[in-house]
Write a protein of this length. Structure first.
Lengths: 398, 388
């Protein structure tokens, strides 16, 4: 009978207790990994931003627009390649105002080529016209490109709402008043999940004509750099350009821009961390309690084993191993469960988060915590077992 | 006949280590639950208290927050002329046409930035915020480049202390005072004179018009008059109703998330309680046999063990309440997605949340104690006594 068999036999002695403890560790690690997954997801949403793209917006705040005329001046800056622009539309669902998803007005002709590697068109309408598209735009978008009031929709939003290609969707304007409708001409899949699929993208031209009386303000410009190594210098150059105009700008890398949104969660990430620790600690107590109960019941048995010649250290290892096996298997089950259920179901907390990702690092941390939990909870009983004096234990039996 | 309550109580205390371990496990679950409720309650209170039931706020139809609203100079003039507006002692109407814009400020002490609302108010409208209190420095001088900053954000953002300068567009505004406003979300804003801020920020018109009603019972009439005016295109709400609607979404999200997390956590803690209770039943086989021999019914044994489990859980519940109490009053912040700006607020542990926590603990005890208690009640008398 080798060491591992002995451990397993001992665990099988009170199956109910072993299973319950294992399940509570599973639940705890599932919760821990899910919570850390939220942090992973937030961190991943920063990564959509590229270090080689810059975002220029109004220095006061994103809410303030920039003149359309800036585009030519920005393009003229040395080291800047393609430039595109867009605007946050806001708006609410006319049927259910609580149903939140994003609506962006983008200059499709320049926006689509820039983000071509991030999105993939998975469903599209047949174009009425020639089907010709501007250079760099996916030909699948022909129907979208030829119609001013068309839009494209993220896959997850499209499925959630049960929409069909070719139907119209509406919104009640908040920043741009009135009732708005768009016709769905294509559905996109975000190859990088952090790009987000809970959104409607439509033509900036349409917004410009209808919503802003042709004045043409822009929410932000995205700049692709032809010389990414000069990003810092270009950032300064662009902001200097508009230093003395009425709308001053703030330029930063797209990643820093996205990080700004994550930082708006304020103390929420910290609170999530606290909750995660509380969960782990609560279950550590459950596990420790179980281990102590289990070893208390076996005092006599330990004495017999010692009589048979088991050394103190062997007993110590045995009890510790029992604890570790329970928490390790529970931990692996919980962490893996969190990774696969959350990622496969595309859980997004009702649209509050991008689809969840649970990184392998989180899984590893979860399993590490489970092992630590096992060692901590098993330590006291293991120490007691190794220190047990045969005479005392056998005397207590009677 | 029921088994005396004292029997259970003493039994719980007889095994202190496992009682404490189980109770703390349950206590942590309860503490997280109360914490989530305190977060939601604090957030909601900060926003609800921003609004007074006597004040009316006028915004553009369809705007779900002040940021996305807009009222023209002409529209504001029409609202100002309403006879239903209360007057200050000096006879001037209590009305303020306000500008609200978001500015992006860098955080103090940590990386990143967040949106902070700047409110341009009309000096006549100052008495509308009757809880306004300058805690440091002085208020801004009308017509000057001066602003006052909510006390809660002055500690969270750069350049927000007295003597500092904040740049909006081409002009730098100096901070001359810190204010408090009854713990409301106004304390997360920067206030200045609308007549100066408007041109500096390049804004014509306003985001909202707020006024005090002469007679609150007239609200419906005022509402239908303004909303029916084709020149305006506005929606009219009491200030309180507006701010509560602003807090609803996020407060509900926090509550739902809190309950969801605690329910999952509770499963783990209940398993712990089940283990403890099975052990309790296991070590007391003889005692139970004696109780049954004495004539106590199996049902009495069942309720007795259930009671014991509930006592154990309630000790945990009380521990949880004690653990959660110190967070009361701690100031934290998050972005209110309804207005896209940062709101600082204090956790608020309400008695109701604590009662709810205790009820939740008792429920955990009941669920966890049922199977072990059933085992105790169904014990075969003959076999238990033979084992003796």
């Amino acid at each position: 009978m080798n060491f591992l068999t002995l451990v397993l036999v001992n665990l099988g002695r009170n199956k109910r207790r072993t299973v319950l403890t294992l399940l509570s560790v599973t639940v705890a690690l599932f919760l821990f990994c899910s919570l850390r997954g939220v942090l992973d997801t937030l961190a991943a949403s920063i990564r959509v931003g590229s270090e080689t793209r810059l975002v220029t917006r109004n220095r006061i705040s994103l809410i303030f627009p920039l003149p359309k005329a800036y585009v030519e001046r920005i393009r003229a800056v040395q080291g800047v390649g393609r430039v595109t622009w867009g605007n946050w539309f806001g708006g609410t669902d006319p049927v259910d105002p609580g149903n939140f998803y994003a609506r962006f007005a983008v200059d499709a002709e320049t926006y689509m080529p820039m983000y071509a590697s991030d999105v993939e068109i998975i469903e599209q309408d047949t174009p009425q016209g020639t089907g010709a598209v501007p250079a760099g735009v996916d030909p699948k978008l022909a129907a979208f490109m030829e119609e001013r009031t068309a839009c494209i929709v993220g896959q997850s939003l499209f499925k959630r709402m049960g929409w069909k290609v070719g139907q119209t969707v509406g919104a009640t304007g908040t920043i741009f008043p009135g009732d708005w409708t768009w016709t769905i001409r294509a559905v996109y899949h975000a190859k990088d999940p952090a790009f987000g699929e809970e959104a409607i993208l439509f033509h900036w031209e349409y917004l410009n004509e209808r919503g802003m009386g042709g004045q043409g303000p822009v929410g932000w410009y995205t700049l692709e750099l032809s010389q990414p190594e000069r990003a810092g210098e270009i950032t300064r150059r662009v902001d200097e350009l508009f230093e003395n105009s009425s709308a001053q700008t703030r330029t930063e890398t797209e990643r820093a821009f996205q990080a700004g949104f994550v930082s708006m969660y304020g103390n929420v990430p910290f609170l999530i961390g606290v909750i995660g620790l509380a969960v782990v600690f609560a279950i550590l107590l459950v596990a420790a309690n179980t281990m102590m109960m289990a070893s208390r019941e076996r005092t006599a048995e330990f004495a017999v084993m010692k009589t048979l010649g088991f050394e103190d250290a062997a007993l110590f290892r045995l009890v510790l191993a029992e604890a570790a096996v329970i928490t390790l298997s529970g931990g692996i089950a919980g962490a893996i469960l969190a990774k696969f259920t959350l990622e496969k179901t595309g859980f997004n907390a009702g649209g509050l988060l991008p689809p969840m990702t649970v990184s392998w690092a989180t899984v590893a941390i979860g399993v590490g915590i489970a092992v630590l939990m096992g060692l901590t909870s098993g330590f006291v009983p293991a120490w007691q077992a190794s220190r047990l004096r045969i005479v005392d234990a056998l005397r207590r039996l009677n | 006949m029921a088994i005396p309550f004292a029997y259970n109580f003493r039994n719980v205390l007889r095994r202190p280590t496992s009682t404490i371990a189980t109770a703390i496990g349950i206590g942590l679950v309860v503490a997280i639950l109360i914490g989530a409720f305190a977060l939601a309650a604090g957030f909601q209170a900060a926003l609800v208290e921003s609004g007074s039931p006597q004040n009316v706020i006028v915004m553009r139809t369809g705007a779900d927050s002040e940021i996305s609203s807009g009222i023209s100079l002409e529209g504001a003039g029409i609202v100002r002329a309403l006879p239903a507006i209360a007057a200050a002692p000096d006879g001037r109407p209590l009305v303020s046409s306000e500008l609200l814009v978001l500015t992006n400020l860098d955080r103090l002490g940590q990386a990143g930035s967040s949106n902070v609302p700047i409110r341009g108010i009309q000096v006549d409208g100052m008495p509308l915020r009757d809880r306004l209190q300058i805690v440091e420095g002085r208020t801004f001088t009308p017509g000057s480049d001066e602003v006052i900053v909510g006390e809660r954000i002055s500690k969270r953002f750069k350049n927000c202390k007295i003597g500092d300068h904040i740049r909006f567009g081409q002009r730098a505004f100096s901070v001359v005072g810190l204010f408090r406003c009854g713990g409301s979300s106004f304390e997360s804003e920067i206030w200045g004179d609308q007549a100066v801020l408007g041109p500096a920020l390049g804004r014509q018109g306003f985001q909202s018009v707020t006024f005090r009603m002469r007679d609150t019972s007239q609200f419906r009439a005022i509402k239908s008059e303004l909303e029916g005016d084709p020149r305006l295109g506005v929606q009219v709400r009491t200030e309180r109703a507006f701010y509560s609607s602003q807090s609803q979404l996020l407060a509900n999200v926090i509550r739902v998330a809190g309950v969801f997390i605690t329910l999952i956590m509770a499963i783990g803690a209940i398993f712990g309680a089940v283990n403890t209770m099975y052990a309790a039943v296991g070590t007391r086989t003889r005692e139970i046999a004696v109780l049954l021999t004495l004539g106590f019914s199996p049902f009495a044994v069942l309720t007795s063990f259930m009671t014991e489990s509930v006592i154990l859980a309630l000790i945990g519940g009380v521990l949880g309440c004690i653990l959660a109490l110190p967070i009361n009053g701690i100031v934290t912040s998050t972005t209110n997605w309804a207005s896209f700006s940062e709101v600082a607020f204090a956790f608020r542990v309400t008695p109701l949340a604590m009662v709810f926590g205790l009820v939740f603990a008792a429920a955990m005890g009941t669920v966890g104690g049922f199977l072990p208690a059933l085992k105790a009640a169904r014990q075969s008398l003959a076999r238990s006594l033979r084992e003796m």
